[in-house]
Design a protein around this ligand. Sequence first.
Ligand SMILES: [Zn+2]
Length: 113
Amino acid sequence: MKKKSQKPSTKVIARERIAILFAQAQRIYAEDPLLANRYVALARRISMRQRVRIDHEFRRRFCHHCYAYLVPGKNMRVRVHRGNVVVTCRACNKHSRYRIGRRHTTENPKENP
Ligand SMILES: [Zn+2]
């Protein structure tokens, strides 16, 4: 076992903070989309620093290319193509694909057609 400098509770707090940031981003988006993007950036920074994964319910709420906060029908296009969900970001016009019917999604942002 490797020695860990962090207490396990810091990861719990990090996950809570990420959830709060996404909730704030959702609320603020209509007024200030740029601030919503900033919340995404903060959530990502927390997840990287504390090495926690962003929950799958939040993972699809931002663009994995430009990290813009995405709202379906606003700056995000959702299509189903050959059993995959294809999400198009209107900010950078790139696509992200997700599998349908799997909770554990393998997302590869580098994989572009
Ligand atoms: Zn984007």
